[in-house]
Design a protein around this ligand. Sequence first.
Ligand code: HEC
Ligand code: HEC
Length: 264
Amino acid sequence: MRPLRYLVLLLAFPIVLAAARTHETNPMSTPEEFAEGKRLYRINCGVCHGMEGKTGRGARLARRSYRRGNSDAELFDLIEAGIPGTDMPGLWLGEDDIWKILLFVRTFAEKASELCEVTSGDAEAGKRVFETQGSCLACHTVGSRGGRLGPDMSFAGEMYTTQQLRDALLDPGGAVADRYRTVRLVSKDGEAVEGVRMNENLYNIFIMDRSENIRSFRKEHLQSLEQPGESLMPAYGDLLSEADIDNLLAYLCTLPGHAKEDPQ
Ligand code: HEC
Ligand code: HEC
């Protein structure tokens, strides 16, 4: 290419980008536009963010607020330009298509805010219970802190209803996901190990022990192997007061916390 062509490209680029958005708020609203937005989302975004905005290589979109901006205009610009230095690509979509996608993306946040409701408790006090007398942090991560024996609680407020959280605290054995089933075994050398089941096949079982070491055992060599239905998590009905539990629920509902706590 000749230098002149470069110059033309350099000049044309910002003009094309700047000209793309002609509205400050989303002009789309009809059911047809919504359906089209959903279709376009599936093609362009679903691989990374998941059809419910909950999974994948991308950030979680099923949340009440975004780290990088929440107005229609900010989200439009972000979707159009992408996020340099991350996997989030800039996409060559027309203005109308981006607005339609955004119409669909907005429904994730509405669903997220239906979930947890802070009722009577005091979230600040609940945070202290979580970190001290409840020792929840020993097994659960919030943000960059905490243990890995139980599921990550960083998005608890967007993942569970208040009732699900209460049930989990009072009756942890209720519905234990496969990945977190308790395992107790005695190795061929007579070592007793307790932990959560990470994975299993015909011959081997992989567990995370109470010190968070990931270990694998050949099943035929074990002296014993038990997978009792209960959770490693203690039932908190007897361990904490009702007020502490209300405070804990209030705290969990506020997670992932607010933008000001976020490093970015
Ligand atoms: C190749 C993977 C990929 C694709 C495709 C993709 N994204 Fe992303 N997206 C990401 C990643 C990774 C991030 C997080 C970047 C960061 O902040 O580190 C992100 C971040 C975002 C954010 C900001 C979230 C926040 O909390 O600030 C929004 C909104 C978003 N994406 C929407 C979309 C939409 C809508 C599409 C489709 C038009 C899309 N993305 C396509 C990977 C992708
Ligand atoms: C000894 C480790 C341990 C401690 C301490 C612990 N948990 Fe758990 N927790 C787990 C494990 C393992 C699971 C997954 C199995 C299950 O659902 O019971 C779990 C599950 C949960 C769930 C349900 C997650 C789901 O996807 O269903 C919630 C909510 C929860 N814990 C909150 C707490 C809170 C709040 C505390 C402190 C009061 C706490 N946990 C203390 C290990 C622990």
